[in-house]
Design a protein around this ligand. Structure first.
Ligand code: NDP
Ligand code: VSD
Length: 332
């Protein structure tokens, strides 16, 4: 009896692998392709641009500050692998006016050809306690991190569908998979990207366009340095769990996953567990990934309960400490 069940399971897994070419997309050739990177003048975005350039892509960097863009262009150009490659800079706010975003994308396509891969990396973060943050921060986060990804995507999608090819990448965050102390404004804007990505992927898969959502942990960038200036102690202690990564390493992983057309892109062992645990109804891009999710889900939930317990105790400890120091101040 046991043997029959085992034989069935083996046959089932073999069958899955036989149909796997139907699920796995064909890798994108970066050499000679046109990659647009929003937020390409700094941090993770700049490293993604460098990684694509090293593989022969033509790059459009999009951000607001022109001086920073020019500086980044120089850095990216050092990694040329042939003398035809070009780095184009475009200064625009991706979050404010759709018609502006549409027109700069059009300019970029006229100069470097249709966009093969769009990397939505422009974004910003703010942390703080819910009641301490200015209410307009909540709007700002949604505008930059969410609408700032909707607009460029909207501007490239029609041409991609006509060409029946392309890649769209959204840079979310581990804080887009789990809500944490201090991220009441930031996390929702990163969770929103997941909803957008899943819906869009279902629409454009028949057109051979693949969406990737990346969930990096804390990464050593100017953006993180800025965020750390006002980060609550609780947020710092909790985030330390997943450590700090280097942007070039994060970029390598993200670009590899986008090229392969993987829906999910995570960094490190915590990132891997978080992604398996929060896969929900997201699309699956390889049989191995699907099988891993099935097998590991219960185990990872068990581990997660311990993490959640330790996060709660960090929050409680910090609260008690604050109250004690407040009481001490009063008695002085
Ligand atoms: N660093 C980290 O710890 C993590 C970061 N992330 C996400 O990765 C992305 C990049 O982060 P990181 O490299 O740290 O950030 P940086 O602050 O170093 O870089 C942000 C980039 O986005 C651009 N940008 C910001 N706002 C706009 C806007 N409105 N319009 C156009 N461009 C804009 C900036 O240029 P300019 O200001 O000139 O416009 C800059 O090029 C963000 O979405 C962030 O949320 C996710 C997980 C961890
Ligand atoms: C099995 C379950 C495993 C659970 C592991 C949980 C680890 C949680 C750590 C969360 C770190 C959040 C980083 C946010 C980074 C970010 O987006 C900002 N720095 C942007 O600047």
């Amino acid at each position: 009896m046991l043997l029959v069940v085992a034989a069935f399971i083996v046959a089932f897994v073999l069958l899955l692998y036989m149909i796997s070419p139907l699920i796995s997309p064909k890798p994108l050739k970066l050499n000679g392709s046109h990659v647009v990177v929003t937020g390409g003048s700094s941090g993770i975005g700049k490293c993604i641009a460098i990684e694509c350039y090293r593989q022969g892509a033509f790059i459009t960097l999009v951000a607001r500050d022109e001086a920073k863009l020019l500086q980044a262009k120089k850095e990216v150009e050092k990694f040329a692998i042939n003398d035809k490659q070009v780095v184009l800079c475009i200064s625009v706010d991706v979050s404010s006016d759709y018609s502006q975003v549409e027109s700069v994308i059009k300019q970029a396509q006229e100069k470097l050809g249709p966009v093969d891969m769009l990397v939505n990396c422009a974004g910003t973060s703010i942390s703080g306690k819910f009641e301490d943050m200015d209410v307009d921060r909540f709007k700002k986060m949604m505008e930059v991190n969410y609408l700032g990804s909707v607009y460029p995507t909207r501007a490239v999608i029609t041409t991609m569908k006509e060409r029946r090819m392309g890649r769209i990448m959204f840079v979310s965050s581990q804080a887009g998979q789990i809500g944490l102390f201090g991220y009441t404004a930031y996390s929702p804007s990163k969770f929103a990207l997941r909803g957008l990505a899943e819906s869009l992927q279902m629409e454009i898969k028949p057109y051979n366009i693949y969406v990737t959502v990346a969930y990096p942990p804390d990464t050593d960038t100017p953006g993180l340095a800025e965020e750390n200036k006002t980060k609550p102690l609780e947020t710092k202690l909790i985030s330390e769990t997943a450590g700090v990564c280097q942007p070039d390493q994060v970029a390598k992983i993200i670009v590899r996953d986008a090229v392969q057309g993987n829906f999910n892109s995570s960094v490190g062992p915590d990132g891997y567990m978080l992604s398996a645990l929060t896969c929900g109804m997201s699309p699956v891009t390889s049989i191995t990934e699907g099988l891993q999710q099935i097998v590991t889900m219960g185990l990872f939930r068990t581990i997660a309960l311990f993490y959640l317990g330790s996060f709660d105790s960090i929050v409680r400890r910090c609260m008690i400490q604050r109250e004690q120091s407040k009481a001490a101040d009063k008695t002085e």
